[in-house]
Design a protein around this ligand. Structure first.
Ligand SMILES: Cc1cc2nc3c(=O)[nH]c(=O)nc-3n(C[C@H](O)[C@H](O)[C@H](O)COP(=O)(O)OP(=O)(O)OC[C@H]3O[C@@H](n4cnc5c(N)ncnc54)[C@H](O)[C@@H]3O)c2cc1C
Length: 432
């Protein structure tokens, strides 16, 4: 057990009586808490991390006031979104609205948060609305580094949508993909680490190849990579060799994979060697950083793209009572994935409850499993386990296990089933 540093005296100023006592008291006593004196927990972002925090914190909704703020009316998941692009699922299958009936005591606000006012412990919305918090949880995901690739402007609607978040237009992406002529050349520019869901560019390439085949079109897919290797590489290579030989080519950074220039009108990119590569469909996956609310609110440490946190409490480095989770944090060995966000958010919420109740923190362990599809009913995965280092200031990996490269058809099919099972369990738990 780890002692939390929150002073009980400080907390008692928020509430009537001692909550540790109240927890073991009967419901009658709990109901007597005056709503105005309850500590206010505000959650920004109702994606995977935010919804997980909500699920856990709502267990003490008699003791705290919970407000959730989300800018979008519906949430489109990253997981399985490549299957929508690949025409295996429909957009509706991966789009959710939170079931508010499960959270009767929670207030939901659908607005964009512009900035956190750290001094006054409040969040400020685009519409000049202000909400105060006692504890703030931020799980707003990622934003993109603009002007990093010459010629590429992220806001330009004429580009192929990047589809790396729930706001990017997956239907337009798919339409442009379906409109491609026979023998077209598709270029996918894969970003440098760290970015959201490391295997997703390669899964996307596989499912685009599969889709074009279903449309009876011959295409060539060139993955121009800003890296020299990628996760589950041997499994992907095996799947491409078996299913998409002569369709997908991967060019690592040291062989000219880094894209440095993009010309949308003339439809070409240039690599770091100055070589011009033409394409009929040029899909840039932009370089990423923490959601802009972090930089706009001064919550990032100097020179950092990702938010630095305490790995036990998930409190933001240097900022008391502000917590961050999910893709926007630097989680050391943990990749940016829904599975990771879910696993981290459980720890954040449990330890925030412990702090509120004046209990000891749990010493966390984390898990991440990442499934990738190469076609319908063919998937493979990597799982890894994590805990804190001895000095308790870093998340380290305890080891990992990846699907066998020579797995047979049955195993690939079984893993696809597991992938759907994991997904359904998670979204049902969080949203429905
Ligand atoms: C193509 C693709 C495939 C993927 N596949 C997988 C997979 O198979 N398995 C896996 O584990 N992960 C996968 N992921 C990764 C996964 O989507 C993310 O890791 C996960 O969603 C991170 O959760 P989060 O809570 O940090 O952010 P999100 O889930 O993105 O949630 C952030 C929420 O915050 C809201 N928000 C942002 N800013 C504000 C603001 N200022 N005010 C109000 N609301 C705001 C957003 O609208 C959003 O709803 C994939 C991602 C992609 C792009």
């Amino acid at each position: 057990m780890i002692k939390n540093k929150f002073s009980r005296r400080e907390f008692l100023s928020h509430i009537i009586g001692n909550l540790t006592f109240l927890l073991v008291a009967n419901n009658f006593l709990l109901k007597r808490l005056n709503a105005k004196t309850k500590p206010k927990v505000v959650i920004v972002g109702l994606g995977i991390g935010g919804a997980t925090c909500l699920q856990y914190l709502s267990k003490i909704s008699d003791l705290v006031e919970i407000i959730v703020v989300e800018k979008l009316n519906e949430y489109q998941t990253g997981p399985l979104s490549n299957l929508v692009i690949g025409d295996i699922l429909k957009r509706e299958d991966i789009t959710f609205k939170i079931n508010k009936n499960k959270y009767k005591k929670v207030k939901f606000i659908y607005e964009n948060v512009r900035v956190v006012d750290v001094e006054n412990k409040s969040i400020i919305f685009s519409k000049d609305l202000i909400i105060n918090y006692d504890f703030l949880i931020l799980s707003p995901g990622i934003s993109y580094k603009n002007n990093i690739l010459e010629g590429y402007n992220i806001a330009d609607k004429k580009n192929i949508p990047h589809c790396w978040d729930g706001q990017s237009d997956i239907i337009r992406f798919k339409r442009r993909l379906s409109d491609l002529e026979d023998n077209s050349k598709i270029i996918i520019s894969s970003p440098d680490y760290p970015y959201r869901c490391p295997p997703a560019p390669y899964e996307r390439a596989s499912l685009i190849a599969n889709y074009q085949r279903k449309l009876n079109k011959k295409v060539k897919i060139l993955i121009l990579d800003s890296k020299n290797s990628f996760t589950k590489q041997e499994n992907f290579f095996k799947e491409w060799q078996n299913g998409f030989r002569d369709v997908i080519d991967w060019i690592p950074r040291n062989k000219g994979g880094k894209v440095t220039f993009y010309d949308q009108k003339k439809k070409f990119v240039k690599n770091s060697d100055g070589q011009i590569i033409k394409g009929d469909f040029i899909h840039i996956i932009p370089e990423q950083k923490a959601a802009s609310i972090f930089s706009d609110s001064g919550l990032l440490n100097e020179g950092k793209d990702w938010c630095e946190i305490n790995p036990i409490s998930f409190e933001v480095d240097r900022f008391k009572d502000i917590y961050a989770v999910g893709d926007s944090i630097d989680a050391w060995a943990m990749p940016k994935s829904a599975f990771s966000a879910n696993s981290q958010a459980k720890v954040l919420a449990i330890n925030l409850i412990n702090k509120i109740l004046g209990r000891d923190y749990i010493d966390p362990v984390f898990l991440n499993t990442c499934y990738s599809f190469s076609r319908e009913n063919r998937a493979f995965s990597i799982s890894a386990w994590y805990r804190l280092n001895i000095t308790k200031d870093k998340i380290i990996s305890l080891g990992s296990s990846e699907s066998d490269v020579d797995a047979n058809n049955y195993s690939r099919k079984l893993e696809a089933k597991h992938a759907f099972g994991w997904y359904e369990t998670m979204v049902n738990d969080l949203f429905t």
